[in-house]
Design a protein around this ligand. Structure first.
Ligand code: SAM
Length: 275
């Protein structure tokens, strides 16, 4: 790296509670020449809280992240500017803008990229609810239709599945989970994490649906589908076709069961009579 290049800091900020930001993050935000943020009005609250100069803010969101790319690269490469990237909540690039810039800097420049770690909504829920084992898969925001969700959730069935959902879609998505995995599947729901009305629930999906039918879902949500009791998963069309193909190729019942267990995480005893 030559000395006339700036540094980009990828700075995690809070997911609701303004105090969930590190000392290092505040120090970096005070020191940089420019702060790229999603929504200047939103980031002003944070900057005012920590007495950080708001004149350094420049909006950088999903609608201008490509058009601003050359300008930002030039500031870093030729004008020796140090820049911080933040988003409206939590960690930039995690379901938030920044990926286009960080990919470009990684692939095509030798600009130094410095992560300043901090809050992230799905990690916040994962550390405060039921969990067996270490594996999980994070899916961001899931697709909207039942068929798309079913395909995605069954494909990722070997680990706990964690995703973000909006308050307007949460009930529909929970009903889809019930229809895919049955009423007894265990899930966790984190609502308004770190905020005044923070709520963390761990229960069968059917009970959580009942709860949100009588308590209108408000605020922001993270959901975990726990892998531990997915025994009652119905075989869908794709799986039935795969079973028939394996039978046609002469695989034994035992082999087919082992393949399905490895691929989908089924419990052996639960699928024995279905093949
Ligand atoms: N970059 C963020 C992160 O690090 O988690 C995520 C940004 S994404 C656009 C926003 C989504 O994250 C929300 O719709 C919600 O699903 C989830 N989320 C963010 N803050 C949350 C909170 N305090 N409680 C629950 N979910 C939250």
């Amino acid at each position: 790296m030559t000395t006339n290049q700036g540094i980009i800091y990828v700075v995690a900020t809070c997911i609701g509670n303004l105090e969930d930001i590190t000392f290092r993050a505040v120090k970096v935000l005070k020191s940089v020449d420019l702060i790229l943020c999603e929504d200047t009005r939103n980031s002003l609250k944070l900057l005012n809280h920590y007495n950080i100069d708001h004149k350094k803010l420049l909006s950088y969101h999903k609608f201008n992240e490509k058009s601003r790319l050359e300008y930002i690269k030039n500031l870093l490469l030729n004008e020796n500017k140090n820049i911080a990237l933040i988003s409206d909540a939590g960690t930039p690039c995690i379901q938030d803008p920044g990926r286009v810039l960080i990919n470009e800097l990684t692939l095509n420049t030798n600009i130094k990229i410095v992560p300043i770690p901090g809050a992230c909504a799905f990690i916040t829920l994962l550390c405060a609810t039921f969990k067996i084992g270490e594996d999980f898969i994070f899916l961001g925001f899931p697709p909207k239709t039942f068929e798309q969700q079913k395909k995605l959730f069954l494909k990722n069935n070997l680990a706990d599945i964690i995703f973000y959902e909006s308050n307007s879609r949460i009930l529909k998505t929970l009903e889809n989970i019930l229809n895919i995995f049955g009423p007894n599947i265990l899930i966790s729901v984190g609502r308004e994490l770190t905020k005044i009305y923070e709520e963390i629930k761990f229960d069968k999906v059917i009970n959580i649906i009942d709860f949100y039918k009588t308590n209108t879902p408000k605020g922001e949500f993270v959901v975990v589908i726990h892998k531990e009791n997915k025994q009652n998963i119905p075989f869908d069309e794709d799986i039935l076709i795969k079973i028939q193909n394996l039978k046609d190729k002469g695989f034994s019942k035992k082999d087919i069961i082992n393949i399905l267990v490895a691929l989908y995480g089924f419990n052996k005893n639960d699928i024995y009579n279905k093949i």
